[in-house]
Design a protein around this ligand. Sequence first.
Ligand SMILES: Cc1cc2nc3c(=O)[nH]c(=O)nc-3n(C[C@H](O)[C@H](O)[C@H](O)COP(=O)(O)OP(=O)(O)OC[C@H]3O[C@@H](n4cnc5c(N)ncnc54)[C@H](O)[C@@H]3O)c2cc1C
Length: 424
Amino acid sequence: MRVAVIGAGIIGVTTAFELAVDGHEVTVFERRAAVAEETSFANAGLIAPGYVTPWAAPGMPAKVARYLLSKHAPVRIGFPLSRADIAWMRQWYRACELPAYAANRSRMQALAFYSRTRMRDISEHFQLQYDRSIGYLVLLRGEKDRKLAEPGLQLLRDSGVPFKEIGQEEARAIEPAINADTQFAGAIHLPEDEVGNCRQFALLLKNEAQAIGVNFEFNTAVEPLNSVSPCLLQVWLLGADAPTQRQFDAVLVCSGMDSATLLRPLGLEIPLAAVYGYSISAAIREPLNAPRSAVMDERFKVAITRLGQRVRVSGSAEIGGLPEKKRPSSLQTLYKVLHDWFPGAAALAGTRSGVQEWKGARPMLPDGPPLLGASGVPGVWINLGHGSSGWALSCGSARVVADLMSGRTPEIDVQGLGVERLQG
Ligand SMILES: Cc1cc2nc3c(=O)[nH]c(=O)nc-3n(C[C@H](O)[C@H](O)[C@H](O)COP(=O)(O)OP(=O)(O)OC[C@H]3O[C@@H](n4cnc5c(N)ncnc54)[C@H](O)[C@@H]3O)c2cc1C
């Protein structure tokens, strides 16, 4: 089949690769000049399948309400809030009920474990050299945080995820650079989880995809699909006076936050909300003061990760607001948490000139799992809505979608991951 893939974030790149592996003739259209320039650009990089869970969970509405009043809140509401944001929040609230949560959680985790295996196979096979470290430590500041983490530990046990509850000393042995002055209640150590640089992986896999025939067309935006002939694309090359028409046998929409706009003319209403988050990345100033792998401050929901010669600090979840407007207090929380755990790790250098401060939009569906497979409109396929776990879910989602498009049964159960969920 001649397949058009719209979007070259981590989801578009991995899926284009898998489609080419299956022998399809693939063209990727990307409006930016390179792959992974939007949400896949500077995420935290965590791959911790046991912690891939829906945001819509029992007790979350009350937690969100409490956070609204706190200074370093992990969740915030930004303004302006659109009508779509409000409608999304209503759907999210309904999905917080236990039966919906339990079903969505098990779907996401099955996909996350499958995805990690697929990613490791690909990385090994092609010897992809990207910044990556093994091991994940969830840091618990106080007894209250330890108690709050307990129900999550039972879920990890139920899922068979290897982990260990450890005290301060053992945590310091795993991450020796943890601030000697910071006292804490302990940690949860997940030795099989990892952190990796999503953008680097996307760049490397793009090269492998090109080597097996994928055609990438950058600086090229695709217009919303046409309901009469959705596989006839209107394609704008940057600076052109008029679009060109390109005919394909199939179209795959994996355009992050813009997926909903592209699909709307087909009568598909995809409830995607941008849940904004931030990261700061800086060169390591003193390796002995930097983390070895990934840690998560469970109270502030801030991840501090080692990516080669850089430290990345990432967190915050903000509904509403504007993509280009960075909230100073959210960034301050990241600096504070870095300073609490690893002071002196990063070259912040007073002026912050060498520090990359980034805001990204998690493309989030209200109930959690992404939407994968047929759109219901002949010829149009989707791979979208991966929310806060798009990197962790990317390789598995890509394989599932490629299998479905090739008429094969995927290796994991895909019930509840298709577009029919929207009607349910
Ligand atoms: C602060 C933060 C931390 C995160 N941490 C993690 C983490 O630790 N682990 C994890 O697994 N996930 C994490 N995520 C989530 C992850 O980054 C996203 O789920 C993932 O990047 C989404 O990938 P995507 O390819 O769907 O979207 P994108 O990367 O946004 O790609 C979509 C692409 O489509 C292109 N496009 C859109 N419309 C058009 C059009 N009309 N024509 C042509 N091109 C178009 C865009 O330019 C873009 O390049 C985090 C996100 C944030 C914001």
